[in-house]
Design a protein around this ligand. Structure first.
Ligand code: TXA
Ligand code: MG
Length: 337
C-alpha cells in the first residue's frame, strides 16, 4: 500500500476523514503527538491499527471526540467530576477513563470494560473528527516500543506502506502524550500516565490527585496494573539509554569515564558551554524538554548513538511526564550520584 502524504487544507482533511469513515487507518496530527486514527466503532479498522503498530491486543486505544458532550454516546456512566474537568481542560491533552458502552468494541478497549476519552485541541485533528462523523480511536503513531512521533515525517518513517495516509499538521506542540486519569471516588482522580495537564492543574478542580506508583516504578512480571500501557517497555530508541541524576560536574565526569565510540550525552540547554563530549540538548525547562524529547531520541538513533547518558529532568509539573517517558526508554536504568 502506498501511504499518501496529505496537507493541512480542507480538501486533504476531507479526504483523510473519508478514508477513516471507509475503514482505513490515517496518521493524524494532535497537540500532543501524532496518532494512528481509525473509526473506533469499526472492528476491522481498529484491527488494522493494532497490526500497523505491532501493538499487543491487551493495550487499549484512546477514543478521540470533537466535543466532550459526545462522550455520552460511547460511555455508560460519566462522573460529575468528569464534566468539571472537561470544562477546564478540554479541548486539550487530557484523557479520562470511564465505563464504556456497546458502541466501543472490546477490540478498541483492549478487552477492558472502560474507554479512555480525549477531546484534542489541534484544529486539523478537530476537523478530521468532525468531517468523519466518527469517534476516532488513535494510539500514538509510532511502531510499538519506539519513541512517539511528533512530526508527519516521523510517522512516515514508521508507517510508510502500512497505512493509507498521513496528514501533515506541523510539529506537535506538547511533544508528550496526554495525561491519562481514572476516577477514584467523587472528588478524586488517579494519574495513570502523566502529561501536560499536571497534578497541580488537576488539583485546581479535584480534591485529591493520586499518582499511580507505576508511573515512576517498574511493574513486576504478572503484576496487575491500572493502565496496560505501563507494563510495556516504551519510547525506546535503538540506543541504550541511561538516566543520570546528578549535578552537571558529576555527569560530565561519568560520561568522560565511559566515553568511546557510539557514546553520546543528552543534556539541558545551558549545559553545553565547556561540555567536551558528543551531545544533543533537549531544552532548558520541562515544557521545552517535553516538546523535544522524542525528536531528540530519534535524532540520536540517526546519528548512530549506541549508548546515551541523559541528564534526568525535574519531576515537577510537566517534568513528571518527561521523567516517566525517559525512565521507560531507559528500561528503569538510573544512575544516582
Ligand atoms: O496524547 C495521546 O494520548 C496520544 C494522541 C494520539 O492522542 N495517544 C496515545 O495513545 O498516546 P497510546 O495508545 O499510545 O497510549 C494510550 C495509553 C496507554 O498506556 C493505554 O494503556 C492507556 O492510555 N489507556 C487507554 N485506554 C485505557 C483504559 N480504558 N484504561 C486504562 N488505560 C488506558
Ligand atoms: Mg503510545
Amino acid at each position: 500500500m502506498e501511504t499518501l502524504l496529505l496537507k493541512n487544507n480542507i480538501d486533504d482533511i476531507k479526504y483523510a476523514a473519508r478514508l477513516i469513515r471507509d475503514g482505513q487507518v490515517v496518521g493524524i496530527p494532535t497537540e500532543t503527538v501524532y496518532g494512528l486514527g481509525a473509526d473506533a466503532s469499526n472492528e476491522e479498522a481498529v484491527g488494522k491499527v493494532f497490526a500497523a503498530k505491532g501493538r499487543p491486543a491487551d493495550n487499549p486505544l484512546i477514543v478521540h471526540l470533537a466535543d466532550f458532550s459526545d462522550a455520552e454516546r460511547y460511555t455508560s456512566m460519566i462522573p460529575a467530576l468528569a464534566y468539571r474537568l472537561a470544562e477546564r481542560f478540554t479541548p486539550g491533552p487530557l484523557t479520562m477513563v470511564m465505563p464504556k458502552n456497546e458502541r466501543i468494541p472490546m477490540l478498541t478497549s483492549g478487552g477492558l470494560d472502560t474507554v479512555g476519552i480525549r477531546v484534542p485541541s489541534h484544529p486539523v485533528m478537530h476537523s478530521i473528527i468532525e468531517q468523519s462523523g466518527c469517534a476516532i480511536a488513535a494510539p500514538s503513531a509510532n511502531r510499538s516500543g519506539l519513541p512517539s512521533p511528533t512530526s508527519a515525517e516521523h510517522v512516515m518513517r514508521d508507517m510508510n506502506g502500512r497505512i493509507a495516509a498521513v496528514v501533515d499538521g506541523g510539529q506537535s506542540e506538547f511533544g508528550v502524550e496526554s495525561t491519562v486519569i481514572s476516577f477514584d471516588g467523587e472528588d478524586a482522580v488517579r494519574i495513570l500516565r502523566p502529561g501536560a495537564v499536571t497534578r497541580e492543574m488537576l488539583l485546581e478542580v479535584c480534591g485529591e490527585v493520586v499518582i499511580d506508583p507505576a508511573i515512576l516504578n517498574e511493574v513486576g512480571e504478572g503484576e496487575k496494573v491500572a493502565s496496560p500501557g505501563m507494563k510495556y517497555k516504551h519510547y525506546s530508541p535503538k540506543a541504550d539509554i541511561i538516566m543520570v541524576e546528578s549535578q552537571l560536574g558529576d555527569f560530565t565526569s561519568l560520561v568522560g569515564d565511559n566515553y568511546g565510540d557510539g557514546v553520546y550525552a543528552l543534556i539541558f540547554d545551558g549545559d553545553e558551554a565547556g561540555f567536551p563530549y558528543r551531545h544533543l540538548t533537549y531544552g532548558a525547562d520541562s515544557s521545552m524538554q517535553a516538546h523535544w524529547l522524542f525528536q531528540r531520541l530519534r535524532e540520536l538513533d540517526d546519528m548512530g548513538a549506541e549508548k546515551v547518558y541523559v541528564r534526568a529532568p525535574s519531576t515537577d509539573g510537566v517534568g513528571l511526564a518527561v521523567y516517566n517517558r525517559l525512565i521507560r526508554a531507559a528500561g528503569f536504568e538510573v544512575i544516582r550520584i
